[in-house]
Design a protein around this ligand. Structure first.
Ligand code: TXA
Ligand code: MG
Length: 313
């Protein structure tokens, strides 16, 4: 049985109590819902992999309330510090060298000498981290390879009965996973996400190298067929073919829209919800077409997720 916890003091206390017992609790962040477990507990982390059905070579993101607590377990280099100061709390994940004696379960980093860390901005995520008082490992709260959850009912659709609880904080404001960067010695983008690359480049005062590739799955989000809906997907469509559900954007009108006004922030926030709705509408063996999305700002991450959703699976 998975219980739904209200976003109030008793709900937070119960969520923190379950985490302290080694149980799994899904919780809202500004990006997507995370599937949280105590990052220091091998058993809790193993349960995360089991609940998601995730290949265990894929490392997880550790969530903490601030830079200070992160510095206890990882080395924050000069460029990482600049980015942390500019964008935390927020939709940025930094990959940092892990300190000896960090206490983080080796399962979290899948044996790598580095750890991915992030300070979420969502007030409930912040409250939960402070109530729990320790690092929370949390991948997106969906079965491996499926669409990420941006609402509590999305979490339940995929993981009901497999986790202890979900803390219901309503829809996620950003709607795309965090942007992942390895900042030092030279900054490399490992996954486009909810923080636009242009903002990172402005803060660094230099262009960002693009790293990671689908053939080398250092990031599960980088696997070619990640975020798979059931229906087949066609991108850059301006008109639906017979039998297709067209998802519009701006001037391209469809059965539903990512953003009628062509707003990329709204489109990002709605993306995973709309993918689920279009999948339902298309039905078994159905087909979905997406209107073109510009390759700027959050459009980069939206197109990245759409290409992966469209990859053969
Ligand atoms: O917005 C987000 O980042 C959400 C919320 C819940 O915080 N979390 C999320 O986690 O998207 P997940 O597990 O779905 O994606 C984590 C990504 C993976 O692509 C993983 O490979 C990468 O982080 N990652 C983790 N540790 C890493 C490391 N040491 N080096 C490189 N990539 C790493
Ligand atoms: Mg994920």
């Amino acid at each position: 049985m998975t219980v739904t916890l209200a976003p109030d003091v008793p709900g937070l206390a119960e969520a923190a109590r379950l985490l302290a017992k080694g149980e799994l609790v899904a919780f809202p962040t500004e990006t997507v819902y995370g599937l949280g477990g105590d990052a220091r507990s091998d058993r809790a982390v193993a349960r995360i992999f089991e609940a998601k059905g995730r290949p265990s070579f894929n490392p997880l993101i550790v969530h903490l309330p601030d830079l200070e607590t992160i510095e206890r377990l990882a080395e924050v280099g000069p460029k990482a510090r600049d980015l942390a100061q500019a964008f935390w709390p927020g939709p940025l994940t930094l990959v940092l060298p892990l300190r000896d004696g960090s206490g983080i379960s080796p399962l979290v980093s899948a044996g790598l000498p580095t750890v991915a860390v992030r300070v979420p901005a969502h007030p409930l995520a912040q409250s939960l981290l402070r109530a729990f008082g320790g690092p929370i490992a949390a991948p997106s709260a969906n079965p491996s390879g499926r669409v990420s959850p941006t609402r509590a009912d999305h979490v339940l659709e995929g993981l009901s009965g497999r986790i202890a609880a979900v803390l219901d904080g309503g829809p996620c404001a950003v709607g795309l996973e965090s942007t992942i960067v390895m900042a030092d010695p030279e900054p490399v983008l490992l996954r486009p996400g909810g923080l636009p690359v242009e903002a990172l480049e402005a803060a660094l005062g230099a262009p960002l190298a693009i790293g990671g590739d689908a053939g080398r799955p250092t990031s599960p989000g980088q696997l070619a067929s990640h975020y798979a809906p059931n229906a087949a997907l066609r991108l850059n469509a301006t008109l639906p073919e017979p039998g297709e559900v067209l998802v519009g954007f701006g001037p391209v009108k469809g059965a539903m829209a990512l953003s009628v006004s062509g707003d990329l922030v709204e489109a990002a926030a709605r993306l995973f919800h709309v993918l689920r709705e279009a999948d339902r509408l298309a039905g078994p063996g159905g087909r979905i077409a997406f209107a073109p999305i510009p390759e700027t700002g959050l459009g980069l991450a939206i197109n990245d997720r759409l290409r992966r959703a469209a990859a053969p699976h």
